[in-house]
Write a protein that binds this ligand. Sequence first.
Ligand code: 5AD
Ligand code: SF4
Length: 482
Amino acid sequence: MEKIIDENKQGEALTLEANAQNTKKLFIESYGCQMNFSDSEVVASILSKEGYNTTQNLEDADLVLVNTCSIREKAELTVRKRLEKYQAVKRKKNPRMKVGVLGCMAERLKSKFLEEEKIVDLVVGPDAYKDIPNLLSEVEEGRNAVNVILSKEETYGDISPVRLQSNGVTAFVSITRGCDNMCTFCVVPFTRGRERSRDPQSILEEVNDLAQKGYKEVTLLGQNVDSYLWYGGGLKKDFEKASEMQKATAVNFAQLMAMVAQAQPKMRVRFSTSNPQDMTLDVVETMANHKNICNYIHLPVQSGSDRILELMNRQHTRAEYMKLIDDIRRIIPDIAISQDIITGFPTETEKDHQDTLDLMNYAKYDYGFMFYYSERPGTMAARKMEDDIPLEVKKRRLAEVIALQHELSHYNTKRFVGKTVEVLIEKESKKSDQEWSGRTEQNTVAVFPKEDYNIGDYVMVTITECTTSTLRGKAVGYSTNN
Ligand code: 5AD
Ligand code: SF4
């Protein structure tokens, strides 16, 4: 599963360069994972051709779109609140505004949305964005419109996304959509459908185009990137039926990443998300063989207990996960690894919880994304298991997991103090306009005085101090990568 992005960005309205001929105004905001933020860029691109420029002002908008997340109940409640806000603005200030719901909640609730939320005119699932212009004509004629048909082919590989939230330095490129893993707690396989991979040529074109526009880092994005497989189109599960020719010329994730890294050797390459059951060592070896592939892996584990892993249908054991961590660290000693962990999954005992804490100590994660279990309607866990862990217990266990992660993160950031590391400058530091903020290849944030350096420079920074999540230091010159 893909990482939930920076809390600060959740719900931020997105803007893109205005096209002078466009007269209509689109307000589009996104919640949830990075894939949603990327999808919104695809939607803005589709709508730009329909006469829409983006606005950050709800009161000006002809069309308001919210790209939604269903992963936990809280994410859905946030979206419901936003709909209330749109309703208030529509009533008081902007009666002509139309409202559409995109993304996972649209797929999960389908036309029920129209009944439950009177403000909504348009409901569009994650594979139906190309149909938005048709759906809008319906809406203009006074009918509500819904398209939530999941596709087996759609990857939007032929649409060049407009970079809405961009710092001009780092960008995300989708490589797969959907997920076939069926973890029992997870709604994603229902909202985003079967896994399919995008044509490597269109991925390369997008990366080359980004490089040409001055971007310095690209993150290859998918719910489960390690299971990327291109053999001329089609679902991964049908690969067995492919022709000998298709099999011989197929491209897997390690090969794709090598192609991207070689095409743009001055660009940093990252990827997210890996799942332990699908991650193979050829991916790690490819990372080791290419200097520009960053030494960082997001490797969700969810639980450290074999019994819970099985109930979650994670398809690997605790011992297999530990072996994978050992192998990764053997091949790339200075790797950073991050986790996703869920506390309070049905039937989780104190012993299971302790197993999770022990595994965290073993893996020494650099950071993590931690949640308490939220039952999602329609998932196997919701159908077969009682959500039996009291909320206080879920939250107490989560607090323990977070506290331990803070210790581990601090242990990891301290290791950088006294070292000189390469940092790619992304933006001004939030705390001071005298300082730049960037990331090391391990994905740790580093801040340092600006001097004469600029956004987009690769700089060598000597680290002098750290907090649990941030390094602080002084630049000592440009990296040879510039
Ligand atoms: N409850 C809590 N957390 C969840 N995640 C996915 N589904 C649920 C759920 N039902 C978490 C997993 C996943 C991350 C993106 O969200 O840890 O890796
Ligand atoms: Fe990730 Fe599992 Fe959900 Fe797939 S089913 S998106 S692997 S958590």
